[in-house]
Ligand binder design. Structure first.
Ligand code: F6P
Length: 335
């Protein structure tokens, strides 16, 4: 266990901010908001580079107002990011803690997803240091928040790509299977699929997409449609767009089938207005939460209101799929 040279809660003078896990558009807006909200409260701020790995390596920089200028609209993260395997070890976390003590850091704001908060939860308990999390992932798979930073921008990236694919699909009379990111979660595929009028949306949380696909292949495509787009969540049990397309081609050799895997382009780009505003709200709220003696909580946005969700809840519980969206997709694809 730690020596607790770190100051008691309520005496926060310096906070550290880091981004960890997959980058997401809007993370910079969150870093800016955390930094400026803290400086406005007369706290000192350090930026920790490369996520938890930077904490272990002592890659820590003093941040002033100007250090976060001109980044609000930029994708990626100026703090860089990493998935640190060393931080999963007790030894690694001890090194990280020593560096925080060396830099007089009293509290942390960590921006990331599931893995980030799991690490934060353990670290906060081991060393009795206040940590607050901001959900940043394009997957929007965190329990306890309607939105994670980056999701809205990623949706728009998917829509933009699929709109273009639809032009070529319709010109050639083809069926495209488009694979969307999201790890084990299907929400990014589901919401984007509705927004671009996909004929079927295949996600791990529901079987209705497969029924829509069968229906489309059996009736829609043959009778009315000459082309189509099927969105496939990368985490679907069917094994992704390639496998699904292979199966469909085998069963329907007459169809002209193509596959498009959107990949990491979904993680890049200028954040939308929604992501910038959500990141700013959550960034300010994270500093307020720390000053309010909150510890081991994720900042959430539920019905546009800021909430505080304990880490142990948000990492243990799965976010349920939005049934209203599933229902809408069903209604809009009744042939
Ligand atoms: O969590 C964000 C995410 O983009 C997932 O949608 C995807 O499965 C994963 O990260 C990809 O990770 P990596 O960038 O390490 O390949």
């Amino acid at each position: 266990m730690a020596d607790t040279t770190i100051k008691k809660r309520g005496e926060i003078k310096k906070i550290g901010v880091l981004t960890s896990g997959g980058d997401a558009p809007g993370m910079n807006a969150a870093v800016r908001a955390v930094t400026r909200a803290a400086l406005a409260k007369n706290l000192q701020v350090v930026g920790i580079m490369h996520g938890y790995q930077g904490m272990i390596n002592g890659d820590i920089k003093d941040f002033e107002w100007g250090d976060v200028s001109g980044i609000l609209h930029q994708g990626g993260t100026i703090l860089k990011t990493a998935r640190s395997s060393e931080f999963r070890t007790e030894e690694g976390r001890k090194k990280a803690y020593k560096n925080l003590v060396k830099h007089n850091v009293d509290a942390l704001v960590v921006i990331g997803g599931d893995g980030t908060f799991m690490g934060a939860s353990i670290f906060s308990k081991e060393f009795d240091i206040p940590v607050v999390g901001i959900p940043g992932t394009i997957d929007n798979d965190m329990y306890g928040t309607d939105y994670t930073i980056g999701y809205d921008t990623a949706q728009n990236t998917v829509i933009d790509a699929v709109d273009k694919i639809k032009d070529t699909a319709s010109s050639h009379g083809r069926i495209f299977f488009v694979e969307v990111m999201g790890r084990e979660a299907g929400l990014l595929a589901l919401s984007s699929g509705i927004a671009c009028g996909a004929e079927a949306i295949i996600i791990p949380e529901a079987d209705s997409g497969k029924a829509d696909l069968e229906n489309f292949l059996a009736r829609g495509y043959m009778s009315k449609k000459t082309s189509g787009v099927v969105l496939v969540a990368e985490g679907d049990k069917a094994g992704g767009a390639l496998k699904l397309a292979e199966r469909v081609t085998k069963d329907h050799p007459d169809l002209d089938v193509r596959v498009s895997i959107l990949g990491h382009m979904q993680r890049g780009g200028t954040p939308t207005a929604f992501d910038r505003i959500a990141a700013s709200q959550m960034g300010v709220a994270s500093v307020e939460a720390l000053l309010d003696d909150q510890k081991s909580v994720m900042i959430g946005l539920v019905n546009n209101k800021i909430t505080h969700v304990p880490f142990n809840k948000t990492v243990k519980e799965n976010r349920p799929i939005n049934n209203d969206l599933l229902e809408i997709q069903k209604v809009l694809n009744l042939w």
